[in-house]
Unconditional design. Structure first.
Lengths: 401, 238
């Protein structure tokens, strides 16, 4: 039948009551901004953690000696019959067609001394492959070479912190340090990496793997790091490493292969959950904003009873009044949603400037979701007041002062 | 035109009774009222306060429906119409002028006059044009952009008349239209109503003021919800 211009009617009414409209919107603005900001924070935390782990490489398999039984917990020291050896590492390197790099690692701690300064640090015995596999690079000088490993040369590469503590600002390259009482020539200084997984990468000293075995008087390995060429081949890479090593170990599975990505992905799941929880808490404030809209609309209906009476007297049908008020609340919520998005995005950018370490980012879904939700809130919480307005008796409404 | 020429009156009430449920029992608003109003008439309904004037006006204006009896507009009964059908009927057939103006505050005069046209589904440009026309007719064209709360009482009531007439209703229903006006504005307003009636608009005027009622061509008297003769009315009042 006739098309009523209730959109125009509603906008007129919102414009005439500017202050009230603005205050009503405020609840939704805060709610939407909170959703966007908190989700951005959660996402930022996830990004931060991701960055921290990025150094590890998400394509790495870690082979450790001993079998971790489901029941038995970690292997008891001494019960490891078969150690991991450089031979194992060589087999993986030769026959592991899926692997980009294989890095055997020996681990120990020792005192490092230069002149009268000394420091207890972790010593990693590695091969040149370690650089690529762990994505750690030398900044000054050169990393350990194949020849250094084969000849068991006494050369070392210092982490940033070790260099600073022992040498200060002086040049360390080519100098001689004492590692566990043995003289080592400094071949290079690592680039600054910071703390990853609780280990200070900068507080390490790298020596050739065979040299380290000699130094600590061991013939086994602490672990073998294997990087897989293609991320999608992580599982088949694990299978491959498993079968190669089992053959080398007389079909005994006396080692453990850990998929780094699997651990990370479960960590990310936790962080995602954290993001959702933050978003959920913010959504509650959005809900409260919606209830605010309902409150104001109820007050509005009361306050504008006379107006409703007048409109009905001149021919407004119940539906016209219902749509007018419903549209008013929806428009308020929608406008509040848009302003809230702008405020949330601005807040996230401000946060990024203030705390550059935390890489906050706004996922598109949080904008879409909070906007949709705010519009929904406007409709949902607008229905009851609008119905109330529509059902007013025109005579009583006209009499209302 | 003239009422004698028409076979069918514009409005016809037969045995209209209105009862209100009020606390303990029922209150009689109107009791067995018979009334016919022809097209082009200028009728005054007189009665003291609480006599049932307002109830009669509400029923004539389709704001309310009778408890029993029939009310016909142009031969069509309004009994059993839904609130929405009554709204549509008011929009088309009735123009209201109230004692307390009942204009939307903080809206311009033009917006107020447009109001019935909005609910008639008239497009925007035509709405503005017709509303301006009506404002011109009551001499307020230059006040169209004024907010109604900035207008004087007399101007407000003229805006209300413009609003009442903008959708060309069959009936102009005025409830104590001069009640909140000073004498001069009241006189001016009565001139406007008389002029409108002279140009063919059917006017029903509800008042308690005999001086106002005298301007009408015919007066009916109401006491305790019943229509009474003028003699009886004078007797009760005296």
């Amino acid at each position: 039948m006739t098309r009523i211009d209730f959109v125009e009617v509603a906008f007129d009414s919102l414009r005439i009551n500017r202050l009230r409209s603005a205050l009503t919107m405020l609840g939704v603005i805060i709610g939407v901004a909170a959703v966007i900001l908190l989700v951005a924070l959660g996402q930022g935390t996830k990004n931060y953690v991701e960055e921290q782990f990025a150094g590890l490489g998400s394509n790495i398999l870690i082979v450790t000696p001993g079998k971790i039984e489901t029941k038995g917990g970690p292997p008891i020291i001494g019960s490891v019959r078969h150690k991991l050896t450089l031979n194992d590492s060589r087999i993986l390197e030769k026959k592991g067609y899926l692997f980009a790099g294989v890095a055997p690692v020996v681990f120990g701690t020792a005192e490092v001394r230069y002149q009268n300064r000394s420091r207890n640090v972790s010593i990693l015995g590695v091969t040149p492959a370690f650089q690529e596999v762990r994505n750690l690079h030398v900044e000054i000088g050169s990393f350990l070479g194949e020849a250094d490993v084969d000849a068991r040369r006494r050369v070392c590469v210092l982490g940033r912190t070790v260099k600073r503590e022992l040498f200060g600002n002086a040049n360390a390259l080519g100098q001689t340090v004492k590692v566990a009482g043995t003289l080592f020539r400094v071949a290079g200084i690592m680039e600054k990496k910071g703390i990853s997984l609780g280990i200070d990468i900068d507080d390490l000293v790298f020596v050739p793997v065979r040299t380290a075995q000699e130094l600590f008087d061991i013939d086994g390995l602490f672990e073998i790091l294997v990087s897989v060429r293609n991320k999608n081949d992580l599982d088949s890479g694990k299978e491959l490493a498993m079968s190669l090593l089992k053959r080398a170990h007389n079909r005994n599975e006396d080692f453990t292969i850990t998929n780094q990505a699997a651990i990370l992905s479960s960590l990310y799941t936790i962080l995602d959950t954290l993001t959702y929880v933050l978003g959920g808490i913010a959504a509650i404030s959005l809900l409260v904003g919606g209830i605010g809209i309902m409150n104001i609309m109820l007050v509005t209906v009361k306050e504008r009873t006379n107006e409703i009476g007048i409109r009905k007297a001149v021919g407004a049908r119940n539906r016209d009044i219902l749509l007018q008020f419903l549209f008013e609340s929806t428009a308020l919520a929608t406008a509040g949603g848009i302003v809230g998005i702008l405020a949330g995005v601005a807040g996230a950018y401000a946060l990024r400037l203030l705390v550059p370490k935390l890489p906050v980012s706004i996922p598109a879904w949080s904008i879409l979701l909070s906007f949709t939700f705010s519009v929904f809130v406007g409709v949902f919480f607008g229905v009851y007041p609008a119905k109330k307005a529509a059902s007013l008796n025109p005579i009583e409404a006209l009499r209302y002062e | 035109m003239g009422s004698e020429a028409a076979s069918e009156p514009l409005l016809r009430l037969r045995g209209v009774t209105k009862l209100y449920e009020a606390g303990a029992g029922r209150v009689v608003g109107l009791s067995d009222v018979d009334l016919e109003i022809g097209a082009g008439e200028f009728l005054a309904v007189m009665g003291p306060s609480g006599s049932g004037k307002s109830t009669l006006m509400n029923i004539l204006g389709c704001l309310d429906v009778p408890t029993s009896g029939t009310y016909e507009i142009k031969g069509r009964s309004v009994a059993g119409l839904s609130p929405d059908r009554l709204s549509a009927l008011r929009n088309r057939e009735i123009g209201f002028v109230f004692q307390v103006f009942h204009l939307l505050p903080r809206y311009t005069a033009l917006r107020n006059v447009e109001l019935p046209l909005i609910y008639a589904g008239v497009p925007r440009e035509e709405r503005a044009r017709r509303a301006l026309e009506e404002l011109r007719a009551v001499g307020l064209e230059d006040r169209k952009e004024h907010l109604t709360n900035e207008l004087s009482g007399g101007q407000k009531q003229r805006v209300a008349i413009a609003r009442a007439l903008v959708n060309k209703p069959s009936l102009l229903l005025a409830d104590e239209p001069t009640g909140n006006l000073d004498t001069r504005s009241g006189d001016e307003l009565m001139e406007i109503l008389a002029g409108l009636n002279a140009s063919g608009v059917t006017v029903v005027l509800v008042t308690h003021d005999p001086a106002i009622a005298r301007r009408a061509h015919r007066t009916v008297y109401i006491v305790d919800g019943k229509l009474v003769s003028v003699e009886r009315f004078r007797e009760i009042r005296g």
